[in-house]
Design a protein. Structure first.
Length: 219
């Protein structure tokens, strides 16, 4: 892992060392659209799916139950969050089905970590709004995706459509965790998706609260 990625990992560890125990309980109220994204992913037997920034493993547990014949992988830069994910998978009897590894998106080497060349599906759930260099993260996601593979993203919209009563407290709360929704991310993603796939799906979630973007890497 690069020095900058190592610094980011240590920062995330400090942030989530104690929070990880209540993360899923608190986030379920405002990380909207995650389950809809998971439901849209391919589930054919043997499909290998990787979550970038898997956190506590909440999404991987749900996906493993709904798509029992897929091969699932999760990476996160925080060892604390991965420890929590491992416990959750053990508790649900899924440890043998889901493979976890510590890595930044930019440093991820699927062959070294998991013994596969590329993934059929890669998804990010409320991750890009935490990454200042989000373009590099998207480039990293496309790099580890096979040609024709699917990239799926759900994240916060910039909240410009929200009332001040909702927008101000939400953005203040998110900033405590280095989450910064930006219009440039959604617009930039839409442009990247259109360049890769003319049939890309770009949807608003909860009246502009979040967005969902699904497209395939150009073959």
């Amino acid at each position: 892992m690069s020095d900058s990625a190592g610094d980011a990992g240590r920062r995330m560890d400090r942030m989530y060392r104690h929070q990880r125990h209540i993360y899923d309980l608190t986030r379920k109220f405002y990380l909207l659209g995650r389950d809809g994204l998971l439901d849209a992913l391919p589930r054919a037997p043997g499909t290998n799916i990787c979550e970038l920034g898997c956190g506590t493993g909440r999404n991987l547990v749900r996906l493993a139950r709904r798509a029992p014949e897929t091969q699932l992988y999760g990476i996160d830069i925080s060892r604390e969050m991965l420890a929590q994910a491992g416990k959750s998978l053990d508790r649900n009897g899924l440890a043998s089905r889901v493979h976890l590894a510590t890595s930044s998106i930019g440093d991820l080497d699927p062959t070294a970590l998991f013994g596969i060349a590329a993934f059929d599906v890669v998804y990010l759930s409320y991750v890009l709004s935490m990454i200042p260099a989000w373009q590099e993260a998207v480039a990293g996601a496309l790099r580890i995706l096979r040609p024709g593979g699917m990239l799926a993203i759900v994240d916060f919209a910039d909240q410009s459509a929200a009332s001040a009563l909702r927008r101000r407290p939400l953005l203040a709360w998110l900033a405590l965790f280095d989450v910064r929704p930006r219009a440039e991310i959604e617009a930039g993603l839409a442009a990247i998706a259109a360049a890769q796939d003319p049939r890309a799906i770009h949807q608003s979630v909860a009246g502009g609260y979040a967005y969902r973007l699904i497209f395939r890497r150009a073959a």
